[in-house]
Design a protein around this ligand. Sequence first.
Ligand SMILES: Cc1cc2nc3c(=O)[nH]c(=O)nc-3n(C[C@H](O)[C@H](O)[C@H](O)COP(=O)(O)OP(=O)(O)OC[C@H]3O[C@@H](n4cnc5c(N)ncnc54)[C@H](O)[C@@H]3O)c2cc1C
Ligand code: SF4
Length: 328
Amino acid sequence: MRRFAYERAADTAGAIATVSGSSPAAFLAGGTNLVDLMKLGVEAPELLVDITRLPLDRIETTDGGVRIGAGVRNSDLVADLVIRRQLPVLARAVLAGASGQLRNVATVGGNLLQRTRCLYFQDVSKPCNKRMPGSGCPAMEGDHRNLAILGGSPSCIATHASDMAVALVALDAIVHLEDSGGPRAVPIGELYRLPGDEPHRDTTLPRGSLITAVEIPPLGFSRRSTYRKVRDRASYAFAVASVAAALDVHEGVVRDVRMALGAVAPVPWRAHRAEDALRGQPATEASFRRAAEAELADARPRRDNGFKVPLMSNVITRSLSDLAGLGP
Ligand SMILES: Cc1cc2nc3c(=O)[nH]c(=O)nc-3n(C[C@H](O)[C@H](O)[C@H](O)COP(=O)(O)OP(=O)(O)OC[C@H]3O[C@@H](n4cnc5c(N)ncnc54)[C@H](O)[C@@H]3O)c2cc1C
Ligand code: SF4
């Protein structure tokens, strides 16, 4: 690990000014992703600005919604009764991520901005367009079992790692930010970007942007929601495929639905096609299967990750069937 300086931010404006400045600096929250990447030589900030003492650690109810500070620890989020009762999809997604020890220090902001787990990205002895623009993508012909089947480009097929972000995309969360231009808010769907020919840019955020909070607008049927994660081990493993879903069924017909997919695309993937295919349809397993197939019609698997297409279809169908109260 290279030498770096450390300072604790006294206030938000000072933290933003320092990280937006000319020398390479980064916000340090729980450090569970950033410090790992520094040890591997993938990230090399000269200055870490510790933001854990900033007043960003509150969970508040708003007009029917919830506002979660960016510094809230993942464990505290899962333990919150409002989150557990009103937003089971979010509680389950966070609980499905990492381990108890990691969740005790990992924060909401850091979770949203964690970087991909693509093996080549983490191995500085290998080329990688995301880590070093223009150097190539060995994953295309190499180890891509866990990588994207949707939304990838010839430059990069990395998947997004966060479970929490998948739930927040399904819930249409708003991300509150502050940068040198002042505070602003962006829909979470506009936070992440597909790789195209610039895979090194994971998000639309300018340098020095501080996430201050995530706001979840009211959703009448959010209590009927779930997160289902398939992984290689029963716990403490990243997803191979996951679904965040909320379903509103009235007299056997799907009145509304929200759905996002994880571990199949470079971004948490909002399943708009499946949602459109479902509204107004009978809440049956056949409808859920058709919706999954509509969403996956554009899937472009490579040699070793074709299994994700039927897997994802099954995970979507099972999750929606459970929410609709259909038996196994
Ligand atoms: C062994 C292991 C297993 C894991 N398994 C899972 C899993 O199954 N599912 C899952 O979702 N995650 C998993 N994780 C990832 C873990 O959840 C993330 O490392 C964690 O959420 C990052 O949060 P942090 O607060 O530690 O972020 P940090 O490491 O401190 O920061 C991460 C990035 O976000 C930036 N940042 C942090 N906060 C802010 C902010 N408020 N505004 C702007 N930028 C900010 C930092 O500068 C840095 O670039 C795992 C991690 C490990 C090590
Ligand atoms: S898939 Fe993306 S992150 Fe992985 S090696 Fe290729 S360019 Fe790098």
